[in-house]
Design a protein around this ligand. Structure first.
Ligand code: ATP
Ligand code: MG
Ligand code: MG
Ligand code: MG
Length: 527
């Protein structure tokens, strides 16, 4: 069986043999781009070539790009660990043509690579092309259809709408149709049961999109009309972990050698076994949650470690807070579902660093630094997590005990708490606040969890969701804004959360200024 390293290499070798120049992945953290915090697609680093701001040094390139989809336009966080193929961080394999080849070559090569090099079962592949959109004045992609017809039966070419099959950078600018390749990994029995009917992804958890080929051929003008671009481009992206899953014949990305090392290490540390069959079945309760926890940890630790290795420290603002949120989410999963109360994530780093040493050496080169940062983060959050969970649970218990007290803020607090317990009986003391907001956690309480226990709002939301509750996020945001204006008044000094690493690993980590979660500032010096 091909290993993931071989699969990656074969992709790059294949496109090199077709005249592509192999380039390194851009950092996962994007600097100096107000529209983007993290690289979320392979094309990000080539944006200027498509916009015509810069001339590409090579007209054909290919690479594997570290991507992160946890914020902004692409946010897959909620799916991660629950399904088996959306990750926070993933590798996007890609090939590009900047004004060079176009649809015929791109489509023929995709097919050749998948069926002749990787030898995927042709009977399980199908594709989508853009159906056109009259209202938007966008033509059907006949050209792509005709190219696909040469290699695949027509009933395996499905039409897709603008949402899935037309790519635009913004309201104006370069744009064009795309064609996606999907793999049907259902069992033969499952397929027979629906007469082998072709499904698009989302219809079935075992039918997944693996590759997207975008054909940038138009320029959208301010008045909405399209003009053909003088130079046409190809921009493709294939999910590496999904490809490996399909080639290695697995039903989950987590069963591939991309993740099994991390999962095995986690099993050893926590003394529990990962149940790989517990997928898509929340009804299995405890064991399902435990399996989700294993997957979340295996996923999140990669995102955290590679982002830190690329220079983004966890912090309380911007991109740094995104990383802190992911890290705390992972901590909460092992704490609650694997019953492990010590820092765990940093122990997994050597496994990941070693595994990726040949592709992304930046992690191995900075292993000590990244481990220290991750461990400090885990230590700090573990100090308050248990207390926060207890607080959360007692709040929910209270609300369940007194369902009428729907807007109660907390036990000690009088202002929003409408009841008083006198001699074992509840007495209404504040009838105005009996607003009915069943199973909703007030924003004020969510804010207390953030402020005192360091719970990111999405963690509180996740915990609420797990028991069928919601959070009043609007009210939470109001509270947060109030606090921000208070602290802005208190200090005008902003702390930077970005450090520039010269060619990686040139900074020696010398510890934190303060361990308070809210004010942690990392010190480092150039060596
Ligand atoms: P999906 O519909 O599965 O969310 P997408 O259409 O959002 O995927 P694209 O933006 O077309 O994805 O990205 C190109 C390829 O990158 C996809 O075909 C898929 O193989 C892979 N990919 C996208 N998002 C993820 C993710 N969160 N984790 C792993 N691979 C991903
Ligand atoms: Mg998506
Ligand atoms: Mg899609
Ligand atoms: Mg897609």
């Amino acid at each position: 069986m091909l290993t993931s390293a071989e699969i990656r290499k074969q992709f790059l070798d294949f496109f090199q043999s077709k005249g592509h120049h192999i380039v390194p992945s851009a950092p996962i953290v994007v600097k100096n781009d107000p529209t983007l915090l993290f690289t979320n697609a392979g094309m990000n680093q080539f944006k200027d070539y498509f916009l015509g701001n810069k001339k590409a040094p090579y007209t054909r390139v290919a690479d594997t790009q570290k991507c992160l989809r946890v914020s902004g336009k692409h946010n897959d966080l909620e799916e991660v660990g629950v399904d088996t193929y959306h990750h926070t961080m993933f590798e996007m394999l890609g090939n590009w043509s900047f004004g060079d080849y176009f649809k015929a070559e791109a489509i023929a090569w995709s097919w050749e690579l998948l069926t002749e090099v990787y030898k995927l079962d042709k009977d399980r592949l199908y594709v989508t092309i853009f159906e056109g959109d009259v209202k938007e004045n966008l033509p059907k992609d006949e050209e792509a259809y005709n190219e696909w017809k040469k290699v695949i039966a027509e009933d395996r070419i499905l039409l897709g709408n603008k949402k899935d099959n037309f790519w635009e950078m913004g309201d104006t600018g370069p744009c064009g149709p795309c064609t996606e390749i999907h793999v049907d990994c259902r069992t033969d029995e499952e397929r027979k049961a629906v007469d082998g009917k072709t499904l698009v992804n989302n219809d079935h958890p075992q039918v997944i999109e693996i590759w997207n080929n975008v054909f940038i051929q138009f320029n959208r003008l301010k008045d909405g009309s399209l003009e053909p671009l003088p130079a046409k481009h190809v921009d493709t992206g294939m999910g590496f972990e999904r490809l490996v899953r399909v080639i290695q014949n697995n039903t989950s990305n987590y069963d591939t050698d991309v993740f099994t090392g991390t999962i095995a290490a986690t099993e050893n540390i926590v003394g529990k076994k990962y149940n790989a069959t517990a997928i898509n079945s929340p009804s299995t309760g405890g064991s399902w949650r435990e399996a989700v926890a294993f997957r979340v940890i295996a996923d999140h630790i990669r995102a955290i470690s590679f982002t830190i290795a690329d220079g983004q420290l966890p912090s309380n603002t911007g991109a740094g807070y995104v990383i802190r949120r992911i890290l705390r989410r992972a901590v909460r999963y092992y704490y609650s579902y694997l019953d492990y109360k010590q820092p765990l994530l940093h122990q997994l780093l050597p496994v990941i660093a070693k595994q990726f040493a040949n592709v992304f050496p930046e992690l191995e080169q900075q292993l000590d630094f990244v481990s220290k940062v991750v461990k400090e983060e885990e230590d700090a959050f573990l100090k308050t997590l248990g207390k926060g969970i207890t607080k959360f649970n007692s709040y929910i218990n209270f609300r369940e005990q007194f369902p009428e007290a729907t807007h109660a803020y907390n036990e000690e607090l009088g202002d929003e708490f409408p009841y008083d317990i006198q001699e074992g009986k509840k007495v209404i003391v504040n009838p105005q606040s009996l607003e009915v907001t069943q199973k909703t956690i007030p924003g004020k309480f969510a804010f207390e969890l953030t402020d005192t226990y360091g719970f990111p709002i999405d963690l509180t939301e996740l915990m609420a969701k797990e028991i069928g509750w919601k959070v009043d996020v609007k009210e939470f945001e109001k509270e947060l804004a109030k606090q921000k204006s208070r602290s802005r008044a208190a200090t005008a000094i902003d702390t930077e959360d970005w450090i520039v690493l010269d060619e990686y690993a040139l900074n020696e980590f010398v510890g934190y200024d303060s361990m308070e979660i809210q004010t942690k500032v990392t010190k480092y010096r150039k060596v």
